[in-house]
Each structure stands twice: as C-alpha cells, then as structure tokens.
Design a protein around this ligand. Structure first.
Ligand SMILES: *Cc1c(COP(=O)(O)O)cnc(C)c1O
Length: 220
C-alpha cells in the first residue's frame, strides 16, 4: 500500500541519515511517478510528498495539469531533447538531466523568453555505460562553467545514475565519484542527485541531497 511503502521509505531515509550523522531534513525525496496514474500521484501528494520526478516531457504534461501551481515541485529526471526544451520549461522547476552546452543554451533561450530562472543539475555518466546519458566526468567542469555564464540558468547540482547492481554496496564507488567531482569543481554548495529504490541508502551515506525513488513507493 502506498502509505505504508512511503512510510517505510521515509524511515529508511531517516535511518541512513542517522548512520552517517546527517540531518534527515537535508535529504529531499523526489517521488518518481513515471508510469503511475494521476490518482496515485495525488494520493502521494496528500501524504506529504512535495517533489515529483518524471522522465518524459509528454508523459508529464497531463499529470502536471492535474495539479495546482504550488502543489508540488516537478523534476525532469530523464533525458531531454533540445526540441523539447521549451515544453520542459513550462512543466518542470528543476532539470536533473542537463548534459550538454547545446541543451543549456537552448534552455537559456527559452527561460529568457519566459523571464524565468531555471534550476538545473548536470547529469554525469560516472559509470561510462553506453546506455546511460550524461556528460563524462572530464566534461563536467567546462559544462558547469558554461552554465554559470547563462543568466537564466542556476546550476543547482550534479546528478548521476549508478549501474544496476544486485548488491547496492557495489553502487557506492559511483556515488563517491560524483561527490569527489563536486570537490574538484570547488563548489561545495552544489547538491547531489543520486540514489534510486535499489541503492538510495548507500547514496545518502555518500552525500545525496536528492534521492529519486519510484518503485519502492508505488510497488503493490
Ligand atoms: C525511474 C528512475 C528513477 C527511479 O527508479 P526506481 O528504481 O523506480 O526507484 C530514478 N531516476 C531516474 C533517472 C529514473 O529514470
């Protein structure tokens, strides 16, 4: 049941924070709603979920329309094509999947038109898997610099996906790599978006500020 699943996930977030001496309030749960019906998302929001994650612009449109403006903060966590940048800006307050200068420039153009400031995270493909989006760790500094020059984008953090592994402990090096990348950028204020249903506790131990959790919340 949704309320029980959610309570369990929240308890696990708190316990992970306590294990490593972090304040549970410093970790934001982004509830990932891809493939989930609007009614279930509304129930999650009624249970106190404040942040919702979708990975496709088209799928997010009708869902977003079912909620009032301030009811939730919407996060785009999936790959964004440049020709969808305009639509994405109307739907999402935070983009976790900024992975190229060209996309950043298009988002800047669209945000400027709307006189809006857009929060964005640089997605980094830490594992180097061909199936994953994101810039390489080597490209991240120049991409972060380029974003810093765009007045309507605010660089909010770094995002990564670890490879799927049976033992979440094996995801730790990828999360750690993202944290070290933040240190290399000398930007300790950047937030880290990392950790999914299978590995969020390890991600929190490695410093995750956003955890993106879907199936652990919406499983039957
Ligand atoms: C689907 C998805 C998630 C959530 O995955 P679960 O395993 O369902 O928790 C997190 N991040 C991204 C980028 C996703 O596409």
């Amino acid at each position: 049941m949704l309320s029980e699943n959610l309570a369990r996930v929240r308890a696990r977030i708190r316990q992970a924070c306590h294990r490593c001496g972090r304040d549970p309030a410093s970790v934001t749960l982004v509830c990932v709603t891809k493939g989930i019906a609007i009614e279930a998302i509304q129930e999650a929001v009624s249970l106190g979920v404040t942040d919702l994650g979708e990975n496709r612009v088209q799928e997010a449109k009708p869902k977003r329309a079912a909620f009032a403006a301030g009811e939730a903060r919407w996060h785009l966590i999936g790959h964004l094509q440049r020709n969808k940048a305009k639509d994405a800006i109307g739907l999402f307050g935070v983009i976790h999947s900024l992975d190229s200068v060209a996309l950043a420039e298009e988002l800047e153009r669209q945000a400027a038109k709307r006189q809006q400031i857009l929060d964005a995270l640089v997605q980094v493909n830490v594992s180097g898997e061909a199936t994953k989006f994101g810039c390489t760790p080597a490209e991240a500094p120049s991409l972060a610099q380029a974003i810093g020059r765009l007045p309507h984008l605010r660089l909010m953090g770094l995002m990564t996906m670890a490879p799927f592994v049976e033992n979440p402990e094996h995801a730790r090096p990828y999360f750690r790599r993202l944290r070290l990348l933040r240190e290399e950028l000398l930007r300790s204020s950047l937030l880290l978006s990392m950790g999914m249903s299978n590995d969020f506790e390890v991600a929190i131990e490695e410093g995750a500020d956003f955890v993106r959790i879907g199936s652990a919340i919406f499983k039957p």
